[in-house]
Design a protein around this ligand. Sequence first.
Ligand code: 6PG
Length: 265
Amino acid sequence: MNKQDVNRSKPQASPSMKETRRQIKIFKSKDELSRFFADYLKISVSKIPPDSFYSIALSGGSTPKTVFEYLANNSVEQIPWEKVKIFWGDERCVPPENEESNFRMTKESLLDKLPVSPENIFRIKGEEEPLTEAKRYSELVSENVFALQEIPGFDLILLGLGEDGHTASIFPGHLHLFESENLFESTENPYSKQKRISATGKIINNAKTVMFLVTGKSKAEMVANIIEKKQGWEVLPASFVKPFQAEVFWLLDEDAGSELLKKAL
Ligand code: 6PG
């Protein structure tokens, strides 16, 4: 990890989005992280031609939720939401009104405050039989997301990071999901045995941009393990997020980036 790799982001009027393959940005607060994301999304969606759209796959988790709440409070007018098609990278196999549902979290923290038409919201139906739904959703994404080299290529995929190195709903011990020929698969949380539907490596690594949104001290060691390739990094699911042609952003608060900052000093 060299110094220039890690930069403490200052609040920026509009982020300079140098086209680099990986950007690690450490923010003083979740608010600054969220503001950066909101600026990035506004710039990206505004670049979309009039007759096209911006496809985003959302994530569950506490940091994405914080970012969604920021968008709901600050970016309803600033972003042309009618040009955005909203998908999910994973979902718990529960009904949409269940408190575990990523859709419910997104609806309450963001969607209910956005002028997005229902036909631009593509929910993973957690209430359906998992194998059937994984197949249905794979087909739905293929029909509604532009292809890059014949595989749907989301403009942006948001990812969280678990303390065990999981991302989306790809948990340790389930690395076969990065070899899958399917776009979405039925899987499970190995601790709770809760069934999940998750994007596989096939579609994650075909995105134009991938953004990890990670905050909190509890993630600092795992972030460093993955970014600095330490302590068994090669079997951590998030280590397998290596999009072929994309920018990968790690948006961290100072707590989550604290192990990286130690090295960069
Ligand atoms: C989910 C997410 C999952 C989440 C991480 C981090 O469905 O929960 O897909 O990958 O982003 O578990 O969650 P926290 O930010 O809440 O720790």
